[in-house]
Write a protein that binds this ligand. Structure first.
Ligand SMILES: Cc1cc2nc3c(=O)[nH]c(=O)nc-3n(C[C@H](O)[C@H](O)[C@H](O)COP(=O)(O)OP(=O)(O)OC[C@H]3O[C@@H](n4cnc5c(N)ncnc54)[C@H](O)[C@@H]3O)c2cc1C
Length: 469
């Protein structure tokens, strides 16, 4: 009896990887890609897995870098994107950069040559028909409008965003709690709160004025012509607010009311920046209302002017882009399946990850989940200690949905980073605790070592069993 195919919509980074994983499991695939019939505003070729901007897969260091670890896990899982990337590498120091045409040609040729994969050049304009009982939608940040509208209509008005408005996220352990303090405005407890849910960073008038000036002077990134200027209520970038008047921020996201500095209770702060817990692990905090289009290098310098954030390490910097993506923590189950429609999965950037490698990794997972289901096999989600699991957990569960800003969606796209992993203490060396940079490096090495052991075990790779014995 022949196995029914799995349909994959979109032959970008995620769809190409998903198709490879499904076919590698012995299940036929029909890959529907519209380029060749209809283009997007960013792609320039008809090649599968086209890199629309930079040619870098970022750091290839699997010991101390989270995306390097994700590379390693993908290689263990037989990733097509990683093998085509490795085969088309160009010199880039510690990063994995690729010849973009050679890379895309290699992906296209290998998918084309696979006997279980059929590539159809067509635009899919609505939700898959019922007889496509297993489908993966991997249409990316520039999903064609009619399909995007169909997804929005079936998932609900707030469920699909067309722009992201990203506020920076900071690693908790880089915040100076000798300057900052925990307190909710007016000590409000709220649903699920404690009255001490926010981290507050106080500013006096001089610091506030200097900060506003730096925002006004800072270089901003421009919108691409086709992006328009998507400013909507409640999501104005901080520098745009600063342009509207020097006091605007003090009456907006930096208002000091209802907050008392625990370190200096008698002095009222002139302005306060608030940070809110972003993940259930408590390792990441987002800057409330601080979406910004400042250039990334400049953003770090300006945000480190905030008292208590002088040494802040950013898990993600702010931005505002055209980006079609789902409110995945609400909509998807842990295997990337739409809770409201069995057999319909999403993969890639449309699920709320960010970047070529992350999108391909989520494609890899969606492909494996769908193939296992088609074959009647049990498959569990990868452990959260792995880069696969940490990223998947951000998308489908780990992010804390904020309910104190009605009408705003707190889930925003994210690259893989160590803040998404359960914390691990740095091992002691000769009985002594490490400090500073040595401690940070040792901690990362411990986390990546744990991740690779757990990833091998999840993939059922033989050495894992041996290592565990
Ligand atoms: C302008 C821009 C610049 C970027 N720069 C970078 C960068 O420098 N580095 C980085 O890591 N990431 C970058 N990204 C993010 C990057 O696009 C994604 O991380 C990655 O390409 C997403 O992979 P994906 O497979 O989800 O989507 P894509 O790679 O975009 O693939 C989606 C595919 O679906 C197809 N498609 C869409 N709608 C339909 C439809 N209805 N029917 C059939 N096919 C359809 C598209 O043609 C496309 O081939 C950028 C994104 C944009 C928009």
């Amino acid at each position: 009896m022949s196995t029914k195919p799995i349909h994959i919509i979109g032959g970008g980074l995620a769809g190409s990887e998903a198709a490879w994983q499904v076919a590698s499991a012995g299940v036929p695939v029909i890959l529907h890609e519209m380029r060749g019939v209809r283009g997007t505003d960013a792609h320039k070729t008809d090649g599968l897995a086209e890199l629309v901007c930079s040619n870098s897969f970022r750091s290839d260091d699997a010991e101390t870098n989270a995306v390097g670890l994700l590379h390693a896990e993908m290689r263990l899982a037989g990733s097509l994107i990683m093998s085509a990337g490795d085969a088309n590498q160009v010199p880039a120091g510690g990063a994995l950069a690729v010849d973009r045409d050679g890379f895309s040609n290699a992906v296209t040729a290998r998918l084309d040559a696979h006997p279980l994969i059929t590539i159809v050049r067509e635009e899919i304009t609505g939700l898959p028909p019922e007889d496509w009982d297993q489908t993966i939608i991997a249409t990316g940040p520039l999903t064609a409008p009619s399909l995007a509208e169909a997804i929005a209509a079936s998932t609900g008005a707030d469920a699909l965003a067309f722009f992201d408005a990203i506020a920076p996220i900071i690693h908790f352990d880089s915040i100076d709690m000798n300057v900052c303090w925990f307190q909710s405005r007016y000590d409000k407890v709220g649903p699920g709160g404690t009255g001490k849910d926010y981290i507050n960073c106080p500013m006096d008038k001089e610091q506030y004025d200097a900060f506003v000036q730096a925002l006004l002077d800072g270089q901003k990134t421009e919108f691409k012509q086709w992006e328009g200027t998507p400013y909507f209520d409640g999501c104005l970038p901080i520098e745009v607010m600063a342009e509207r008047g020097r006091e605007t921020l003090r009456h907006g996201p930096m208002k000091p009311m209802g907050l008392t500095n625990a370190h200096n209770p008698t002095v009222k702060a002139y302005a306060v920046v608030q940070l809110r817990q972003d993940n259930a692990l408590g390792t990441l905090y987002n800057m409330v209302g601080f979406q910004t289009k400042l250039k990334h290098g400049e953003q770090v310098d300006v945000l480190r002017m905030i008292p208590g954030l002088e040494n802040a390490e950013f898990a993600r910097l702010g931005g505002l882009h055209r980006n079609t993506y789902l409110n995945s923590p609400t909509l998807l189950d842990p295997t990337l399946q739409l809770k409201s429609r069995h057999g319909l999965r999403f993969a890639g950037q449309i699920t709320g990850c960010e970047g070529y490698v992350e999108s391909a990794a989520i494609g890899l997972l969606a492909g494996r989940f769908a193939a296992a289901e088609r074959l009647g096999q049990q498959i569990s989600a990868p452990p959260v200690t792995t880069a696969f699991g940490a990223l998947l957990n951000h998308i489908t569960g780990g992010h804390i949905v904020s309910d104190d800003e009605p009408g705003k969606r707190s889930f925003q796209p994210m690259n893989v980073n160590f803040g998404l992993f359960p914390v691990m203490e740095a091992p002691k060396v000769e009985g002594k605790r490490l400090r500073g940079k040595e401690k940070t490096v040792a901690k990362k090495k411990a986390m990546t070592g744990r991740a690779l052991v757990d990833c091998r075990a999840w993939l059922g790779i033989a050495e894992a069993a041996q290592a565990a014995e």
